[in-house]
Write a protein that binds this ligand. Structure first.
Ligand SMILES: NC(=O)c1ccc[n+]([C@@H]2O[C@H](COP(=O)([O-])OP(=O)(O)OC[C@H]3O[C@@H](n4cnc5c(N)ncnc54)[C@H](O)[C@@H]3O)[C@@H](O)[C@H]2O)c1
Length: 531
């Protein structure tokens, strides 16, 4: 890692002047991404933003940031929005020490009023706009290595940073507080993502739970593969389980709760699920009912669990005839995702997570779709930055939906895209078909119905993306069995089956009038023909 330094903070926090002073003091090159954009596009960054719009501006900003990070040791003043892009934050982390210049909004407003520069993002009510940006960027600023009070003269801020350049660097990249919407437990949950997270990070994420005893229930395979992460949890005691869909049964809940009782776990102790989605669902279910509700912490170790299952507050187990038929809403107190946990996992397992990320892209993030088109294949290989960026963007789609509709009254149903047929295929295969493979097929089935209803191009784009990523597009199954399992699906209301149909990238329709003929068409679209 080069010994670079980056400065971030809201407009008016003094990034450019502090960067110049700091670079001088340390004898380093200085790069200001706004100035680099101006050079590249031939006009000042604010007027380019006003003229070409935010999308074009962010692209130019991203390129400027990558160029700046290519200068070893540089002190970089980052443009405000650069942090929103996980690839940008990744590049800054690799560059070196990340410093957050923090100052009260009132002071920023006063500084900006005295300054001639154009600030298109702050047009209108500047204090309100700054407060909104501060809230949006809080998860990125908080993940910085160094938090510096910038309500002082730039010289004094530069002096402080110069004296602290040896400070610890961490792997945090995203660190949010998510509204928890549950009558029991705290009002918000901590969601931390990053790479090679430490015991300090985990303690911090646990917040008030850090002082409590920690009962870790770990997937044996994950425990063997990830000793540093497991050690960082500093468990009071650990129970290892064999994960997998067969573990997600009531008898598994009984085993976990019996073990907690044997440990004399108290109601306020942390119950920590360490593993993939099946571990999280099972342990979450046990935590939801142990002592009428014990604090749950999720440490997801598969991509699927990191982008999806650990984040939504749904926990549960299967009945033989129906997946996830018994469950509860029991949102975690904290979720800590370390992308390093995914190293060396086989592509088939990674594809499970990627299928949920593709689903998230269809639901609400066309830029994520583009990222998966560009870097999805690499993310299944060695490209850890792409894996992180895809995972974080997908997680943010899910977190947004869950925050707006925690109990699935409406919008959240969209997260079931591909799951109506997907769950049925999984059950029909007796869970030999992996969840993500089934969801990919389920999305294709839904896209076939959507195409019949006029959605243009989605089916082709989905097929092309799934094909390029190595998903199977068809599968041999007993259509009668799948049809009857679909009839047992939870997503029914007054006897009518609800379907989520991808009408565009970033657009899903929630309907309950799909006909039997359309279901036949959908199943034919995914049936292996030579059976
Ligand atoms: N609760 C929700 O909202 C929600 C959402 C989506 C999916 N799910 C559920 O998630 C489950 C699927 O999750 P999954 O794909 O993570 O399955 P999983 O938990 O069975 O894990 C898959 C495999 O990976 C292994 N594994 C886990 N971490 C590992 C590591 N770091 N290194 C090596 N191997 C590791 C496990 O031992 C297992 O063999 C399904 O039951 C699905 O219903 C739940």
């Amino acid at each position: 890692m080069s010994e670079g330094i980056s400065l971030s903070g809201l407009s008016g926090s003094g990034k450019s002047s502090v960067a110049r002073l700091l670079a001088e003091r340390l004898g380093r090159p200085c790069r200001d991404t706004d100035a680099m954009i101006a050079q590249r596009v031939g006009e000042p960054a604010p007027s380019y933003l006003r003229r070409c719009g935010e999308t074009a501006f962010r692209e130019a900003e991203r390129q400027a940031l990558l160029d700046a990070c290519g200068v070893p040791g540089a002190v970089i003043a980052t443009g405000g929005g650069a942090l929103n892009d996980p690839l940008g934050r990744w590049a800054l982390m690799r560059h070196g020490l990340r410093v957050w210049l923090d100052a009260p909004i009132a002071q920023l407003v006063a500084r900006l009023a005295a300054d001639e520069e154009e600030r298109p993002l702050l047009d209108g009510d500047a204090p309100a706009a700054l407060a909104r940006l501060a809230q949006e960027r809080w998860p990125f600023y908080r993940a910085s290595d160094l938090h510096v009070d910038a309500a002082r003269a730039p010289e004094s801020v530069a002096d402080e940073i110069a004296a602290r350049t040896d400070g610890a660097r961490g792997g945090r990249l995203f660190d949010a507080d998510l509204a928890r919407h549950h009558p029991q437990g705290p009002a918000s949950a901590r969601v931390m993502m990053g790479i090679e997270l430490s015991a300090v990070d985990l303690n911090d994420a646990l917040g008030p739970l850090a002082d409590r005893r920690r009962w870790v229930i770990a997937d044996r395979r994950a425990a063997r593969a990830l000793p540093p992460l497991l050690d960082a949890l500093q468990a009071s005691a650990r129970l290892e389980i064999i994960a997998g869909e067969r573990a997600k049964r009531l008898r598994g809940v009984e085993r976990v709760t019996r073990w907690l009782a044997e440990q004399r776990a108290e109601r306020g102790d942390a119950v920590i699920a360490f593993g993939g989605g099946t571990t999280g669902d099972l342990v979450g279910m046990a935590a939801a009912i142990y002592a009428r509700g014990a604090p749950l912490v999720q440490v997801p170790t598969t991509w699927l669990a990191q982008v999806d299952s650990a984040l939504g507050g749904k926990v549960g187990v299967d009945l033989v005839a129906a997946k996830n038929a018994l469950g509860a809403f029991w949102p975690a107190w904290a979720v800590v995702s370390d992308v390093a946990a995914l190293r060396r996992q086989p592509a088939r397992q990674l594809r499970n997570g990627l299928a949920e990320a593709i689903k998230s892209a269809i639901i609400g993030d066309p830029q994520l779709w583009q990222l998966i088109e560009e870097r999805g294949v690499a993310a299944l290989g060695d490209d850890e930055a792409a894996r992180y960026a895809i995972g974080e963007r997908a997680a943010r789609v899910k977190l947004g939906v869950v925050e707006r509709d925690p109990y699935e009254a409406g919008e959240r149903r969209q997260l079931n895209l591909g799951h109506t047929v997907g769950h049925a295929l999984e059950a029909e295969s007796r869970y030999r078909l992996a969840h993500g493979e089934a969801v990919a097929l389920g999305m294709r089935a839904a896209a076939a119905i959507a195409a019949g209803r006029g959605a243009s191009g989605v089916q082709e784009r989905l097929d092309s993306l799934l094909g390029s990523l190595g998903y199977r597009l068809r599968h041999a199954f007993d259509a009668g069995a799948v049809r009857s399992i679909i009839g047992l699906d939870k997503k029914r209301e007054r006897g009518r089956q609800r379907w989520l149909l991808p009408m565009g990238i970033g657009q899903v329709a929630d309907v309950d009038d799909v006909t039997d003929a359309e279901v036949d068409l959908a199943l034919r679209a995914i049936t292996e023909t030579d059976r």
